[in-house]
Design a protein around this ligand. Structure first.
Ligand code: MN
Length: 201
């Protein structure tokens, strides 16, 4: 349960990947002097489609895989499975991870912006309840991540990603994922990203 203390090392990220074969960046921790922390969401057509939600924190990207994608509807509690910390350089990654490699499939930069904890972030992550504000193109306003109590034998850290009720809340479970299906970085579709990668590879 490497994630329990709210801080993983990028060795887990690096160990899962063969950098001779994947276009993803190598994991090195970095410190940036800045006032705002980045957040981003990568739509990832792996074996099963999901949305990787990432928050910049202490020189890495804390990461959760949100199977159904984020919902702007406060009545929706979206399962967010904690995954290994990713390097900050991953925040700009868009492309296709080759089949057979870890996470093989196309990755789209689906949203990006800045985030701000509405409490002590380290304590929130440790205790399993983190309130924060997002300033993205698509995800905006208040959100909360809540860690669920582990079931017997459960190795994964399961969290819930929930929209707080504010002016950015929408009473429609799938408004975000249905309205937005292109890249915020390149405006490409998933198939355009995939075919571009094929040509270059
Ligand atoms: Mn993923």
């Amino acid at each position: 349960m490497a994630a329990q203390q709210g801080k993983m090392l990028l060795s887990t990220y690096n160990a899962k990947r063969d950098f001779a074969k994947t276009p993803e960046p190598k994991g090195t921790e970095s410190r940036r002097k800045q006032s705002q922390s980045r957040f981003l969401v990568q739509k990832h057509a792996a074996r099963r489609l999901h949305y990787d939600f990432r928050l910049e924190f202490n020189g890495v990207l804390l990461s959760w895989a949100v199977t159904k994608g984020p919902s702007a509807d406060p009545s929706q509690k979206r399962l967010a499975v904690r995954t290994e910390d990713h390097p900050l350089a991953y925040a700009d990654f868009e492309g296709t991870i080759p089949k057979g490699q870890y996470g093989g499939g196309t990755v789209m930069l689906w949203d990006q912006g800045s985030w701000e904890a509405l409490q002590d972030a380290a304590e929130g992550i440790q205790k399993g309840k983190l309130h924060f504000n997002l300033r993205g193109e698509r995800m905006r306003g208040g959100w909360v991540l809540i860690r669920m109590r582990p079931r017997a034998g459960e190795k994964r850290e399961n969290w819930l990603l929930i929209k707080e009720r504010d002016e950015f809340a929408v009473d429609d479970p799938d408004s975000l994922t249905e309205a937005f299906d292109d890249s915020v970085a390149s405006r490409r579709s998933m198939s355009q990203i995939e075919s571009a990668t094929d040509v270059g590879a």
